[in-house]
Ligand binder design. Sequence first.
Ligand SMILES: Cc1ncc(COP(=O)(O)O)c(C=O)c1O
Length: 388
Amino acid sequence: MSDKFLNTYKRTGLVLDHGIGATLYTTDGKRYIDFTSGIGVNSLGHGHGELIGAIARQSAKLIHISNYFLSEPSIALAEELTAVSGYEKVFFCNSGAEANEGLIKIARKYGSSKNPDKTGIVTLKGSFHGRTVTTVTATGQDKFHKYFGPFTPGFSYVESNDLAALDAALVKTTCAFLFEPIQGEGGVKPLDKAYLAAAAEMCAQRDILFVADEVQSGIGRTGAFLACELLGVKPDMVGVAKGLAGGVPIGAILTGPKCSEVLQPGDHGTTFGGNPLAAAAARVVLAQLAKPGFLAEITRKGQRIAQEVLSWHNPLVKDVRGLGLMRGIGVTIPPGDVVTACREAGLLVLTAGEDTVRLLPPLVITDEELEAGLAKMKAALDVLSENL
Ligand SMILES: Cc1ncc(COP(=O)(O)O)c(C=O)c1O
């Protein structure tokens, strides 16, 4: 292990060497089933032939060019992404936080062009929107609000699924309501359909933008292209990132009619965003999602996880939440203990919130890998519950 890194992560001690599908190998030859996908990023798993080929071919042509120019992959990706999502326009960036920063800037320009004070943004308690000063301010969890102030003004927070609280918070000076349709880091908690429908209506009536952070839940993760489709709403704009290019850094803002013309040259930009390499990789992911039956398979595999975990009747398991391959297992012990026990059994999983073990397997995970991973989790939970 090296001591040359800033001390920002409680690292596992594993040094990974290579992977294939949903299986990872360490430099010392240990094998792990991967239910993390690099926190929802490796949508096509590891060592995916078409992705490797597209990256190799594109890197031989152009890796990066700046956003003063277009490239064939970025043009094609913009066309494909707007077509599959049903949005009008796109802005490419590099990460989830950067996508959310852009959403916030569009919302503030939209609001302040109507009324200079219409710049407030309402978010949900328990949310996670990123690590920049503004997106950490948007994040509705106190534990992220230590040390880094002064924070960006204009944010307020309400409880999820509490319509009365939202009604009171959406005032004349609010320009946007920003939400994750399924809170990821906060514990894999989907919002209620009825709440979201009513929230969308409230926002529309008050000329407040209804804005989704689908950085974790988007790009097929839940069995639909966007989780909002499953929850029955169409936001005015959406941020996506993580799984979009299967591991090559990319983010995107997708805009509908109210938001597509807000930004003008000079208002916003990025150096790396949507460069030809990232765009070529993202096109492979979109092509995979478009294959007949692929999204339905994500739904089926997610249901299989939920059914199987519940069938164990392990006393440590409270519930299974989420959609598709974005799953949270509520546990009665610190979730970090389950993560450690799973790792010792050869399975990589994540925590979310205070009481949740989070599963984000590659979207291409096979039934065999799923079965092997679940068997390891069962074994880990059995040992933990016996030792209670
Ligand atoms: C919902 C959501 N928004 C934003 C982010 C921040 O994304 P990034 O780490 O790519 O900046 C994350 C990352 O976990 C996320 O889950």
